[in-house]
Design a protein around this ligand. Structure first.
Ligand code: HEM
Ligand code: HEM
Length: 224
């Protein structure tokens, strides 16, 4: 008789690597913009663009817990999940909980707006600009820069909410979410015995997504 391992893979390596690179890059992007290190800002910004694009493609062709379609279906059980949370009777979710799905979409949406507007932004004296700003007029480039600035505040607020929610789960609901985002694994007993989806990283789709993202970054960086 074969015994099942005590831990099960929830997050593949690509999701985890992208996540912790986002955590590293957002403060660096803020800092480089504040300090006027615009060459660094644009290089790191393009790297961020590549990561976000990769994550969006991975949401279509990646492992089960990375894919958007099952996440969207989960939103249907949001009401009952919130009810369980209020009674402190919720069960661990395999992948993002219905509530986390909303936060993931909000974060990825804000990140997408941030990297896209950055590509077309022009600063007030026209000295610094994203690589695609040559495609738009100075006024339009300034409007992109305004959205870039405004949206950064939204992104920062969403990140604060995200970290507050994870802290709440940790201390109040006693569900530890950070370690699985590092190791990828959770204890099997957290989940009912039903058949769980496969989350092992498939190398070919991962390399294809990485290659497409890299090619887009290179094409854009050669534009300006
Ligand atoms: C710049 C700051 C951050 C950004 C932009 C960010 C963004 C994200 C995104 C997009 C996801 C979804 C993961 C995916 O499906 O690809 C996520 C999940 C997650 N993040 Fe963050 N994050 C940030 C900071 C943090 C920090 C500081 C922590 C740890 C305290 C953290 C812990 C987690 C955890 C545990 C999950 C999984 C949540 C779940 O179980 O559903 N994040 N984050
Ligand atoms: C998540 C990714 C990014 C973050 C968090 C971010 C953050 C910021 C912040 C906080 C500012 C200062 C806004 C202000 O106070 O005026 C800024 C300005 C700027 N960013 Fe980004 N940025 C990102 C991506 C990019 C990308 C991909 C590019 C282009 C390759 C870019 C190009 C610029 C430019 C040209 C400015 C100057 C705009 C101005 O002076 O009005 N950024 N960014």
């Amino acid at each position: 008789m074969t015994t099942k391992p005590a831990h099960i893979l929830v997050w593949d390596g690509a999701i985890r690597l992208v996540h912790w690179l986002l955590v590293l890059l957002v403060p660096l992007l803020w800092w480089t913009a504040e300090e006027g290190h615009m060459d660094w800002h644009k290089s790191l910004g393009l790297t961020m663009f590549g990561l976000v694009l990769f994550r969006l493609i991975w949401g279509l062709i990646g492992t089960w817990t990375a894919r958007f379609a099952p996440m969207i279906r989960r939103i249907g059980s949001l009401g009952s999940y919130v009810g369980q949370l209020r009674r402190k009777a919720h069960r661990a979710s395999f992948g993002h909980s219905p509530l986390a799905v909303l936060s993931v979409f909000a974060l990825l949406g804000a990140l997408t707006i941030q990297v896209t507007t950055g590509l077309f932004s022009v600063d007030v004296d026209g000295l610094e600009s994203g690589p695609l700003a040559v495609l738009v007029s100075f006024e339009t480039g300034r409007q992109f820069a305004d959205i870039h600035e405004l949206n950064f505040n939204l992104l920062a607020a969403l990140i604060a909410l995200h970290v507050a929610a994870i802290t709440f789960y940790h201390f109040v609901l006693k569900e530890k979410l950070v370690r699985p985002m590092i190791t990828g694994r959770r204890s099997r007993v957290d989940f009912s015995d039903a058949q769980l989806p496969e989350t092992r990283l498939r190398v070919l789709p991962m390399l294809s997504a990485a290659l497409v993202s890299f090619a887009c970054v290179m094409a854009i960086s050669n534009f300006g």
